[in-house]
Design a binder for this molecule. Structure first.
Ligand SMILES: *[C@@H]1O[C@H](CO)[C@@H](O)[C@H](O)[C@H]1NC(C)=O
Ligand SMILES: *[C@@H]1O[C@H](CO)[C@@H](O)[C@H](O)[C@H]1NC(C)=O
Ligand SMILES: *[C@@H]1O[C@H](CO)[C@@H](O)[C@H](O)[C@H]1NC(C)=O
Ligand SMILES: *[C@@H]1O[C@H](CO)[C@@H](O)[C@H](O)[C@H]1NC(C)=O
Ligand SMILES: *[C@@H]1O[C@H](CO)[C@@H](O)[C@H](O)[C@H]1NC(C)=O
Ligand SMILES: *[C@@H]1O[C@H](CO)[C@@H](O)[C@H](O)[C@H]1NC(C)=O
Ligand SMILES: *[C@@H]1O[C@H](CO)[C@@H](O)[C@H](O)[C@H]1NC(C)=O
Length: 659
C-alpha cells in the first residue's frame, strides 16, 4: 500500500502545480453564466479569448438586427466593421433595412491585444442610466462582457454619463494550430438564442458538434442563451444566414441552460477525454515543470496589461481607494470627449420626426435639410437617398473645429438621415450675395469677420489635405458650403463628393474621373477639361471663395454692362493687372464694407486669391502656404482697427504739432 501511495501523491502534486499552467494553445473557455456577475473577474473566460501564436486574422461576429441597429451602415457603425464588406457577407445592400431579430454575420479583423484577442469598437453612451452590463448584454448582444469593458475603460460604473466614449473590446479568436491542422480557417462568435443547442448550432454551420465543444473547452454540451460561443469554420459562413431568429423573449427570467445535448455520447467522450488528458498531462507536466515557473514570471513582468486594470472601477466596494485615480482620468478624458467625433449616435426615426416636427415646412432650412431640436439643442438633419456610408466614414474620422460636425445618423426605409451640428448663421453665400435677399436689411460682414472666415476655411482645407490619413479632397467647396456659427466662425460642410487621394509625390496623389460634377465658377480648369482630381482643385475653389469675400460678388455673375457672364476667377486678373492696381481694387471691393478695410491687406489677399485661381495648377500655392499667408493677414488685421488708424494719425499730428 505504502509503496503505491507515493506515485499517487506525486501525480496529484504535479497535477495541482500544473493546473495553473497557462494553456497557450487553448481556445476560449466558455463564459457559462459568469458574464452576468460583473464583479466576478476570477476567470479569463469573461475577459476574452486568450491569444495563441497567430497575431491576427479575419474572424466573424453575429448580430441580431435590433430597432436601433438594423442596417449594414448602422450595425457596422456599432461594431466598427466595414459596411461594404458586411453588406456583401449577407448579400444585401449597405442601407437595406434588416427585419428586427434577423441574424447577420459581420466579418472583422481580429487581433491579439495584450492577453486577449479582440476587435475594437467604440461606443458613446446615449442616455443616462446605461451600465457596463446593459451595454455588453443588451446593446452589444454579449459580443463583449461587462468585465472586459471595465478592464479597458477607466471609468467606474458611477462615472458613466451620456456623451462619454467607451472602448468596446469585441470577443473574437484566431484558430489554434490544432484547429488549423484540422482545416478550420475562421472562428465565428455566435450568439446563442433561446432553445438552441450545440448540435443545432453545429447544423446551421455544417460543422460537427465535437469541434464546437473543443473550441469552447466545454466538457458537456450545456449552454446558456444570451451567451457567445465560438464556432470553428472551414469556409466563410453562408451569405444566407439571414433568417428569422427565435421570437422575442417574453419571460425576462434569468436564462436557464438552453440545452442538455445527448448526454450518453458526451459521457463517453468525457471518459475518453479524461483518460487521454491525464496521460498527456502527466507527460507534459513533467516536461513543463520547470518551464511553467519561467513562463509565469515572464507573463507577470509587463504590468500594465488589461487584467491589471480590471479592478480599478469603483463599482467594487472593496476598491473605494481607487476612486481618486478614476476621477482624475475621467476629467482628463472628458476634455477629449468634446472633440471625440469617432463615435456617432444612431438615432431612431421617430426621434428625428419629433425633433423636426415631422419634417415640417417651417423647420426646413434648404433643400432636404431641416432644423431639429433635441431637448432644446438645435441640429441640422439632412435627408439623403441611397448609400451615404462614404460621407459617414469620412466625417466620423474627421475632427476639426472648422469642419461641420456629424453627430449621428439614422437609416430608415432606404434613406439616410444625417444629423449635423447646427450653424446658426446659415451659409456664407447668404451673407455675401444680396441675391438671396434674406439678410438685406441686416448688417453686412465686417472686414475682420471676413478675414476670420477665410482663415477658418483655409484651416479646414489644410487639415483635410495634410493632416488626415489618407488625405482628402473636398471637391465641392463654395460659399454655399461654408456655414457660419453663432460667432461667425466658418464650418466647411457637404462632404458628399469628398474623396481620399492617396499617392506619391509632394503634390499628393491624383485621380482621374469621367464623372465631372460641381458648381460652375468653382471648378478648376483641369477638372472640367480632364476630370483631374488633386488637392489643387480645392485651392482653386478656395481662391474663388476668397474673391467672393473681398468683392461680395458671385462666382459667376453678369458683368456691369450686361455683356454676358463673367467668372470671378477671370475678373481678378483684369483687376490686378496693369496700372492703378490699388484704385481698381477699391472699385472691386464689396461696397458693403464701406471702405472700412486696410487696403494693403486687401491687396495681399487679392494677390493670394489670384495665385489660387491660376489656370496652371502647378502655379497655385499649396493650401499650407495659403493658410500661413492668411494667418499673417489675420494677425495684422487684429492690430488694425479703423478707430486705431484715426488715433494713430491724430497722435502723429500731435507729435508734429509739438515739434
Ligand atoms: C488568465 O490567463 C493568464 C495566462 O494564461 C494567466 O496568467 C492568468 O492568471 C489568468 N487569469 C485568470 C483570472 O484566470
Ligand atoms: C459575484 O462575484 C463575486 C466575486 O467572485 C462574489 O463575491 C459574489 O458573491 C458574486 N455575486 C453573486 C450574486 O453571485
Ligand atoms: C471596405 O472594404 C472595401 C472592399 O474591401 C474597401 O474598398 C474599402 O476601402 C473598405 N473601407 C474602409 C473604410 O476600410
Ligand atoms: C444574392 O441575392 C440575390 C437576390 O437579391 C440572388 O439572386 C443571389 O443569388 C444571391 N447570391 C447569393 C450568393 O446568395
Ligand atoms: C481588415 O483590414 C484590412 C487592412 O487593414 C482591410 O483591407 C480589410 O478590409 C479588413 N477586413 C475586414 C473584414 O474588415
Ligand atoms: C484595441 O484597443 C486596445 C486598448 O484598449 C489597444 O491596446 C489595441 O492596440 C487596440 N487594437 C487595435 C488593433 O487597434
Ligand atoms: C440580455 O439581453 C437580452 C437581449 O439581448 C435580453 O433579452 C435579456 O433580458 C438580457 N439579460 C439580462 C439579464 O438583462
Amino acid at each position: 500500500m505504502a509503496t503505491g501511495a507515493w506515485p499517487v501523491a506525486a501525480v496529484t502534486l504535479v497535477l495541482l502545480l500544473c493546473s495553473s499552467i497557462p494553456k497557450s494553445e487553448s481556445q476560449q473557455e466558455y463564459v457559462n453564466n459568469k458574464q452576468l456577475n460583473c464583479s466576478n473577474h476570477d476567470t479569463n473566460a469573461t475577459s476574452g479569448n486568450l491569444c495563441n501564436s497567430v497575431p491576427s486574422c479575419i474572424s466573424y461576429l453575429t448580430f441580431k438586427s435590433s430597432p436601433d441597429y438594423n442596417s449594414p451602415v448602422s450595425i457596422s457603425y456599432l461594431l466598427n466593421s466595414n459596411t461594404t464588406v458586411t453588406a456583401a457577407a449577407n448579400n444585401i445592400t449597405d442601407v437595406q433595412s434588416i427585419p428586427v431579430d434577423t441574424l447577420i454575420t459581420i466579418p472583422i479583423n481580429c487581433s491579439c491585444s495584450g492577453l486577449y484577442y479582440q476587435h475594437n469598437a467604440s461606443y458613446t453612451i446615449k442616455i443616462q442610466g446605461e451600465t457596463y452590463f446593459l451595454i455588453a448584454n443588451n446593446t452589444y448582444q454579449s459580443l463583449t462582457t461587462c468585465q472586459a469593458l471595465m478592464a479597458q475603460n477607466t471609468y467606474g460604473e458611477r462615472d458613466l454619463v451620456a456623451g462619454l466614449n467607451l472602448n468596446v473590446p469585441l470577443r473574437c479568436a484566431c484558430p489554434t494550430q490544432k484547429q488549423s491542422e484540422a482545416g478550420f480557417k475562421y472562428l465565428l462568435t455566435y450568439l446563442v438564442s433561446k432553445g438552441e443547442t450545440v448540435s443545432s448550432i453545429a447544423e446551421i454551420f455544417g460543422v460537427d458538434q465535437q469541434s464546437i465543444l473543443e473550441a469552447n473547452e466545454l466538457s458537456n454540451p450545456s449552454i446558456y442563451y444570451f451567451t457567445p460561443i465560438s464556432v470553428p469554420l472551414k469556409t466563410e459562413p453562408p451569405t444566407n444566414l439571414l433568417r428569422a431568429a427565435a421570437p422575442p423573449n417574453d419571460s425576462p427570467s434569468p436564462p436557464p441552460p438552453a440545452a442538455e445535448g445527448d448526454s450518453d455520447s458526451s459521457k463517453k467522450w468525457v471518459i475518453i477525454g479524461i483518460v487521454v488528458g491525464v496521460v498527456v498531462l502527466l507527460l507534459v507536466c513533467a516536461a513543463l515543470f520547470f518551464f511553467c515557473f519561467y513562463r509565469q514570471r515572464r507573463v507577470q513582468s509587463p504590468s500594465p496589461t488589461p487584467p491589471a486594470k480590471a479592478f480599478s472601477g469603483p463599482t467594487h466596494k472593496q476598491s473605494e481607494e481607487m476612486t481618486l485615480p478614476t476621477t482624475q482620468s475621467w476629467s482628463l478624458s472628458s476634455e477629449g470627449i468634446r472633440y471625440a467625433i469617432e463615435s456617432l449616435s444612431v438615432y431612431k426615426f421617430d426621434e428625428l420626426q419629433k425633433a423636426t416636427g415631422f419634417f415640417s415646412e417651417e423647420n426646413k432650412i434648404k433643400g432636404s435639410v431641416y432644423r431639429a431640436s433635441f431637448k432644446g439643442d438645435y441640429a441640422a438633419v439632412k435627408i439623403l437617398k441611397g448609400d451615404v456610408s462614404g460621407e459617414i466614414n469620412i466625417l466620423k474620422r474627421i475632427n476639426h473645429f472648422n469642419i461641420i460636425r456629424l453627430s449621428g445618423f439614422c437609416v430608415h426605409k432606404g434613406d439616410t438621415y444625417l444629423v449635423y451640428e447646427f450653424a446658426e448663421n446659415d451659409s456664407l453665400e447668404n451673407w455675401l450675395h444680396s441675391v438671396n435677399k434674406k439678410y438685406e436689411n441686416s448688417v453686412s460682414l465686417s472686414w475682420v469677420q471676413r478675414v476670420h472666415i477665410a482663415h477658418d476655411v483655409a484651416d479646414a482645407l489644410n487639415y483635410l489635405h495634410n493632416y488626415t490619413n489618407p488625405p482628402h479632397v473636398h471637391k465641392n467647396l463654395k460659399s454655399g458650403n461654408v456655414l457660419l456659427d453663432g460667432n461667425f466662425r466658418a464650418k466647411v460642410s457637404n462632404f458628399g463628393l469628398a474623396r481620399t487621394v492617396e499617392g506619391e509625390g509632394d503634390e499628393g496623389g491624383f485621380q482621374l474621373t469621367r464623372h465631372v460634377v460641381g458648381t460652375q465658377g468653382y471648378m478648376s480648369p483641369e477638372y472640367i477639361e480632364n476630370g483631374l482630381i488633386t488637392p489643387k482643385m480645392d485651392v482653386f475653389a478656395f481662391g474663388v471663395v476668397l474673391l467672393e469675400l473681398l468683392s461680395g460678388r458671385e462666382a459667376v455673375g453678369g458683368s456691369k454692362n450686361g455683356a454676358g457672364e463673367q467668372m470671378l476667377s477671370v475678373t481678378v486678373n483684369q483687376v490686378l493687372e496693369g496700372d492703378n492696381v490699388k484704385e481698381k481694387l477699391r472699385g472691386f471691393m464689396d461696397p458693403n464694407l464701406r471702405d472700412e478695410y486696410p487696403l494693403e491687406l486687401a491687396y495681399s489677399m487679392a494677390e493670394l486669391a489670384k495665385r489660387c485661381v491660376a489656370r496652371d495648377l502647378n502655379a497655385r500655392p499649396q493650401i499650407s502656404e495659403v493658410f500661413m499667408t492668411l494667418s499673417k493677414v489675420q494677425s495684422s488685421t487684429m492690430d488694425w482697427d479703423p478707430s486705431d488708424e484715426l488715433e494713430r494719425s491724430r497722435s502723429v499730428s500731435q507729435i508734429s504739432d509739438s515739434r
